[in-house]
Design a protein around this ligand. Sequence first.
Ligand code: UT7
Length: 336
Amino acid sequence: MFRSVISGVGHYVPPHVVTNDDLSKLMDTNDAWIQERTGIKERRFVEKGSDDTVSTMGTKAARIAIANAGLKPDDIDFIIFATLSPDYYFPGPGVMVQDQLGIAEIGALDVRNQCSGFVYALSVADQYIKTGMYQNILVIGSEIHSHGLDISDRGRGVSVIFGDGAGAAVVSVGDSKSDRGILSTHMHSEGKHAKELALLSPNTLDWIPEIIKRNDPEDVSYFPHMNGNFVFKHAVTRFAEVIMEALEANKMQVSDIDMLIPHQANLRISQFIQQKMGLEEGKVYNNIMRYGNTTAASIPIALSEALLEGKIKKGDLVCLAAFGSGFTWASALIRW
Ligand code: UT7
């Protein structure tokens, strides 16, 4: 068996900053409510007319990750792209990255696991590397939420938390004699709660020509729906469970974690997990204040920033953990 290591990480966020005060001009909300309930101060939105799409942002993050790994795009031999907001209904954005990077006709896989998408994608990459199938796999999480949010009083409970951005990592074959690399990954789902956090349209249960004929402005199924309190309660339980599962699988304890990078869903969720698990101050990385919740992109963006800020050092034990729509939740334990 080979050992997988994360050899490079990168991120890209669109330049347009949207503050809470900007949103309060468009709907009945305010900076105090958003900061108190979520910790978010601002987020990035792709501006109308910009060239940024989910795939091009993913490619920008990928180019940085590839360079950080000391590689060239041609060295990549597989692509895994996690998103809930693909450029198109089909095909998925993985193939667009292959084209945009101008590389050979390598395989490209799309992952549909929302907030847990990046950790699920990392887990797939880990298995391919371990078995010797590939040498350097590009794993991307990229999202554009801004174009599809209900920016009105009706949608305020959901639309204030989401933002746009992309992050990427290169997973490569490491030294099998070293203890550095991905130690384990753990994944779960509970589909009975699928509709508690979902975007239900467009779908294949409805007939597109009939939807077009209805042209109903009151149809909210084209906007994301979230039962916020319900999701929050499940999130805090599942985050803690899946982090403990990763530690137990490796015979480690909470005190062994040097840096926890949780999916950036809500600062209160991160703080709750930190307290519940007894993690020391400074051992949980948060950047939701600046970017909001970028679903599949949030972990690679946070990982990239934590590395740039020098908060992760060689040999550190890093835990990634996510929970979200599906419900799905997942963790990965990495010796950096
Ligand atoms: O990333 C995937 C996983 N997602 C999550 O983990 C998100 C989990 N859920 C949450 O983060 C929180 O539930 C939210 C931030 C979405 C909402 O916070 P909350 O503390 O659960 O608020 P709430 O929905 O219980 O609403 C409290 C009040 C309500 O008013 P009343 O009924 O008490 O009069 C809402 O109408 O706040 C009102 N409200 C707002 N007020 C100002 C809801 N949205 C807003 C808003 N601005 N944007």
